[in-house]
Design a binder for this molecule. Sequence first.
Ligand SMILES: Nc1ncnc2c1ncn2[C@@H]1O[C@H](COP(=O)(O)OP(=O)(O)O)[C@@H](O)[C@H]1O
Ligand SMILES: [Mg+2]
Length: 220
Amino acid sequence: MIRGPIRSDSVEAEGYRGLRTTLSYTRLPEGRRVVLFTSARRGEGKSTTALNFAAVCAYGERPTLLVDADLRNPQVDEVLGATGFLGLADFLKGVAHASLADLVVPTRVPSLDLLPAGGPVANAAELLSRPALAELIEVARASYDWIVFDAPPVLPIADAVIVSRSVDGVVLVVDMKRTPIEAARGARDLLRAVDAPLLGVVANRSPAKATAYGYGRYPG
Ligand SMILES: Nc1ncnc2c1ncn2[C@@H]1O[C@H](COP(=O)(O)OP(=O)(O)O)[C@@H](O)[C@H]1O
Ligand SMILES: [Mg+2]
């Protein structure tokens, strides 16, 4: 179970604000704010980072949508109390009356809405490949300044690589204590192979910093 979201006045929030500034001013194309967080494997901090990044965007009074695209393991739904709700999978299936506005749920953070994973699904990769995903993102752009995707890991399944083609930017979370460098490189290479818009790396559990969170560029 992940914790969160962090408080606006916490030390960690300062780190996420730095990440937000870096992405919006130096990495993302002007006016493009659809960001996906992924990592090589499970348990490296994708959901924690996506949730807290989205919260910090919302604390900045920017309407923000957090999308739980980890259809097989919807952790952010769990922490935000939206387990079992209709959501992304139902939109992609074209379920009747499943418009974006009907599916999003407000969270306890003002300005932060959640699109739950929905489902359950047997065919996550096939659903995420549908053109409806790009349609959903275009509709969401009209209502939200930031759209933040929490994704599954890259190495075991195709889902995150598939979704990465539809977003403005992809951030690779690396667990500095646990992710082997070969795994991080493997994830990077899979994303590069589909021309995913890779923006950089978040160094999670970075021992170099007093706080638990950090960010940085991919070395080389
Ligand atoms: N920087 C961190 N400091 C402390 N605990 C963390 C940190 N990042 C992640 N965790 C914890 O590690 C576990 C896995 O993190 P999670 O965000 O669910 O990873 P993923 O989404 O990549 O599977 C969770 O229990 C989460 O609370
Ligand atoms: Mg996760």
